[in-house]
Design a protein around this ligand. Structure first.
Ligand code: NAD
Length: 427
């Protein structure tokens, strides 16, 4: 037996782009645990080490590292416009992109061009043209390009999908989803990049993906409206709340309609961090889900609901003292990142080098997270953003038709004969 059994373990070097809220909640606990090793039956034990970050100013990254230098001993902070290139040059095996969503594409593109695997926070990118480019680069350089939609790993959503896959719940007809974020998100944390943005792109995507992945079908139309006046001017281009409507068609010719309502101006004293509710109606049933009201109500004088929340979603992310004494942050928010690390490890260390391309193809075929499977989600985001842009410019109530005669994404305004083709190729 070797004195140091971990010395020869495969170790994957990871880089982070963006170290904000989602880093603190999910990536930081992942890296804290992954440095000790992850066991995967297909490739044995491997380790992941965070070697650096590219961020806008470097301040949060440096403060994080200074507070826990042992979590990432090799950590280097890169800031400014060349930060991603410098991080890639420092030698990484994969890059996690968690910068604001309009800055995902460029970082992901650079990583893929450098032949590195990439994991991108939702929404992957904001246009189909960008998505196609990432897909092309991933194929050209023989690496994975994946997206994080952690709600697909929520045990409630897994159960929903199982009932649908097993035809226990039959043919979805319509449904609604709502996700409301606190005002502190839009007016504080995101103040640097919120101008011209909307909460739909930020959080409706969770449910667009859930609907797309769970029920399948073909997206055929997108409409959207919303409200302004709190985050920005009442006639400006920054949105407080949005109401998105998607229509899907299924192979039997029947349609289903989904309404997704989002906001980032919910009062900060709301008892839960976010409000998340869904209802889906089927030919033979109804599914009601509420992520916040799954059981816990906890009030602590002087601390809830601001510093600590009254209703807590421990399924997503719970900081726990385990029965065996260990302190651990766990939940599906962390699990989804670990799954990606397992996929990378399987491709690179899961068998002989001669069979790498077969393993790569196998991991790309995982529809829950591959960029290739994000097409209808990105189409819905691109359509929603275009509709809201027209609305802010005084032309409300546009509808985007998917795979119309004129092109893949076609925007039509009431009273305007000529359509605008947002994306030519079929979605
Ligand atoms: N999966 C989820 O539920 C979830 C939740 C929150 C956020 N997110 C996603 O994660 C991403 C980041 O969100 P957040 O809440 O952590 O945001 P945040 O504002 O808290 O942090 C953003 C980070 O990106 C960095 N950054 C800004 N511009 C950059 C650039 N050009 N290059 C490199 N770094 C840059 C900032 O320095 C900061 O570290 C977004 O895409 C968001 O949609 C996902």
């Amino acid at each position: 037996m070797s004195l140091d059994p971990s010395a020869s373990l495969p170790t994957f070097r990871a880089g982070m782009v963006g170290m904000g809220m989602i880093f603190d909640e999910t990536y930081a606990p992942f890296f804290r645990q992954a440095r000790h090793g992850i066991h995967d039956p297909r490739c044995g034990l491997f380790r992941v080490t965070l070697v650096g970050a590219a961020t806008r100013t470097g301040r949060r990254a440096e403060a994080w590292h200074a507070a826990q230098p042992d979590v990432a001993p090799e950590f280097q902070s890169h800031a400014g416009t060349e930060a991603v290139a410098a991080l890639l040059q420092s030698g990484v095996d994969f890059l996690c992109v968690a910068s604001p969503d309009d800055r995902h594409f460029d970082a992901a593109r650079q990583a893929l061009e450098a032949g590195k695997h990439v994991l991108i926070e939702k929404p992957s990118v904001l246009t189909l043209a960008e998505l196609e480019e990432l897909q092309r680069l991933a194929h050209q350089h023989g690496v994975l390009a994946k997206v994080v939609y952690h709600k697909l790993l929520d045990p409630d959503h897994k159960r929903l999908r199982t009932l649908v896959a097993d035809a226990v719940l039959q043919h979805v007809n319509n449904g609604y989803c709502t996700l409301l974020e606190p005002k502190s998100i839009s007016t504080g944390q995101f103040a640097e990049w919120i101008q011209g943005r909307n909460p739909g792109t930020y959080v409706a995507v969770h449910y667009i993906k859930l609907i797309d992945f769970t029920f399948g079908g073909h997206l055929i139309s997108v409409s959207c409206t919303g409200q302004r006046g709190i985050v920005g001017a009442a006639d400006g281009d920054t949105w407080d709340s949005t109401q998105l409507r998607l229509t899907y068609r299924y192979d039997d010719g029947r349609d289903a309609v989904f309404d997704i309502h989002t906001s980032w101006v919910t009062p900060d004293n709301f008892p839960g961090y976010v409000e998340q509710e869904v209802q889906f109606r089927f030919d033979n049933g109804v599914w009601n889900g509420h992520s916040r009201k799954r059981g816990i109500e906890c009030v602590i004088e002087g601390r809830t609901p601001h510093e600590l929340k009254t209703s807590i979603n421990t399924h997503y992310n719970g900081s726990c003292l385990e029965p065996w004494g260990e302190r651990r942050q766990r939940g599906y928010g962390v699990e989804v990142i670990e799954r990606f690390a397992r996929e990378v490890a399987y491709v690179e260390a899961g068998g002989p080098a001669t069979e790498r391309s077969a393993r790569l193809a196998e991991m790309r075929a995982l529809h829950y997270n591959d960029v290739a499977s994000d097409r209808q989600v990105v189409a819905a985001v691109q359509a929603m953003e275009a509709i809201l842009r027209h609305h802010a410019a005084g032309r409300p109530h546009a509808v985007v038709e998917v795979n119309a005669a004129e092109g893949g994404l076609v925007l039509r305004l009431p009273g305007v004969t000529e359509a605008e083709v947002l994306h030519g190729p079929r979605v």
